[in-house]
Design a binder for this molecule. Structure first.
Ligand code: NOJ
Ligand code: MG
Length: 544
């Protein structure tokens, strides 16, 4: 392929529309001080790796002051860095180095709940029922003759009731862990506080925010029952999400919050953006979070949820593309994050899972819009399924038996001994242990190795960045004729056509008709009689 000399640099205001964003789970990325926990200085040291990988931006999971009950999604001080991760000065140095390398920084904002260690919550407990301090959260009297039953039937996403009773008899709402009390977003002080927190980080130079539980801040007036409980049905209430509107999610009033935030983002130079982690009943309702007067993006998790079949992928891709067109916003694609089983394992684990994961990644990176990568997927890391229970830290584990720790194991950078270069030389500590099989998956083990997953990502990201048919999100998706179980689409810019073919059928397929192969997730066979794309593989081909 030819690199067009006219490919515009990615400095324009629409950078986020076609960016590749790399999610850094801060605790598990790189540990600079040898305490076994990743930190901001560790990220700073690894910025050249990320630049060379070819990503445009980083999304950092919460690094704020926190008791770490939910890995930092329980924030005690929104304007400071937890000592575990460093200092504000470390943040400033890291972001200035990132910008110097052309990498943008997106930080996580956790507005639905604070930590129970947040000053507002400790004040609320001390101040007593009916106090102004309690009104910033959702305190309520219980039901039953003596208030011994929770105020309503809402369930925590982490299992069990969403209410906890305190000594004076009142209950408070926590959609997640009891250590994560929900804020009352109808309180003007809450709104003012978060507008100020946005400004605090925008002033420090952040390029955007990932908004945690963006669909959850407003609860239906009167806190009505759902009328469906795990106790009576055996099915979790949260599983209704996507099938019905829950009184604590996706309430219309939540959009007022984003309409107030957008002018703040727009008032800063350099195209600052926000992406919603939102879950809604339909793709149409999800699309309401994005647009010129609300947020810039909302994660489309349907792609991540698609099963390994051509029909399943085709359906979610078409839906996401058409919804995005309706609101004039770019689509977002994501295959893995810190809450979901890694895609290698979701697609079958082992050799088959890795083959499919590599193919799915090529599929994702050929689509228009913004792609979110999760640290370690470029190494083909699988989920760690056999962590000892006593080491698991996910608060959901104790309540539901399900744990997200297996996708949060520290990144292997190199070396012979665990944790494979996660910390400084000689450091043996890591907050979760890396399996012995990860020695061969480390960055050092894969760098420069033809056929490695790391080199596949590097090649694909380079082409995505430079190829006229993919660069800056150019060219819509045009589906091509293909056999059953095969996905084929092209992207076109002028005379340049790039075609992506994914073989989800049970037999190799001939792909020569689509052009000259430029990258493939598995070696192509049959060179003489024409290129064959093996089963569970994807290739990009170009025609000019
Ligand atoms: C979504 C985050 O991704 C997850 O890790 C966290 O547990 C919940 N929100 C609660 O903040
Ligand atoms: Mg550390």
């Amino acid at each position: 392929m030819t690199v067009s000399a006219t490919t515009p640099p990615r400095t324009d205001d629409d950078w986020w529309r076609s960016a590749v964003v790399y999610q850094v789970y801060v605790r598990s990325f790189a540990d600079s001080d040898g305490d076994g926990v990743g930190d901001l200085a560790g990220i700073r040291e690894r910025l050249p790796y990320l630049r060379d990988l070819g990503v445009d931006a980083l999304w950092l999971t919460p690094f704020y002051t926190s008791p770490m009950v939910d890995g930092g999604y329980d924030v005690a001080d929104y304007r400071d860095v937890d000592p575990l991760f460093g200092t504000l000065t470390d943040f400033d140095t890291m972001i200035s180095d990132a910008h110097a390398l052309g990498l943008r920084i997106i930080v996580d904002l956790v507005p639905n709940h604070t930590s129970s260690a947040h000053r507002w919550f400790t004040d609320a407990l001390a101040a007593g029922p009916g106090s102004p301090e309690r009104s910033r959260y959702l305190f309520a009297e219980g039901r039953g003759a003596h208030g011994e039953l929770p105020p309503n039937d809402w369930e925590s996403i982490f299992g069990g009731p969403a209410w906890t009773r305190i000594d004076d008899g009142q209950w408070y709402l926590h959609l997640f862990d009891p250590a994560q009390p929900d804020l009352n977003w109808r309180h003007p002080q809450v709104r003012a506080e978060f507008e100020d927190v946005l400004r605090f980080w925008l002033d420090r130079g952040v390029d955007g925010f990932r908004v945690d539980v963006a669909h959850g801040m407003i609860k239906a007036e009167g806190l009505p029952d759902v009328g469906f409980s795990t106790m009576t049905t055996g099915q979790r209430q949260v599983d209704l999400l996507g099938k019905a509107r829950l009184p604590y999610f996706d309430q219309d009033e939540v959009h007022e919050i984003y309409r107030a935030w957008r002018p703040i983002l727009d008032s800063y130079p350099g195209a600052r953006m926000a992406v919603a982690e939102a879950w809604a009943e339909t793709p149409q309702r999800l699309a309401r979070y994005i647009g010129p007067d609300e947020l810039h993006q909302a994660f489309s998790f349907d792609f991540l949820d698609a099963t390994w079949s051509a029909d399943s992928f085709r359906k979610v891709i078409d839906t996401a593309l058409s919804e995005a067109t309706v609101v004039g916003a770019p689509t977002t694609w994501v295959l893995s994050n810190h809450d979901k089983q890694r895609h290698v394992t979701r697609y079958g684990d082992g050799v088959e899972g890795l083959r499919r994961a590599r193919a799915a990644s090529l599929l994702m990176l050929a689509l228009p819009g913004c792609a979110y990568l999760y640290q370690g997927e470029e190494l083909g890391l699988p989920e760690v399924l056999d962590l000892p229970d006593e080491l698991r830290q996910d608060p959901a584990f104790l309540r539901t038996g399900e744990s997200r720790d297996g996708c949060r194991v520290p990144i292997p950078w190199g070396g012979e001994l665990a944790p494979y270069g996660f910390g400084p030389a000689g450091s043996e500590l890591s907050w979760l242990p890396a399996p012995a099989t990860w020695r061969a998956l480390s960055v050092a083990a894969q760098a420069g190795q033809p056929g490695s997953t790391l080199e596949l990502y590097r090649a694909a990201l380079r082409i995505r960045h430079d190829h006229p048919a993919l660069a800056l999100g150019a060219g819509p998706v045009t589906w091509l004729e293909s056999g059953p179980g095969v996905l084929a689409f092209s992207r076109t810019a002028g005379d340049n056509v790039l075609t992506c073919v994914v073989n989800l059928s049970g037999a190799p397929v001939l792909i020569d008709g689509y052009g000259e192969p430029i990258v493939a997730s598995a070696p192509l066979t049959g060179q003489g009689a024409g290129h064959l794309l093996p089963v569970d593989a994807a290739a990009w081909l170009e025609r000019r």
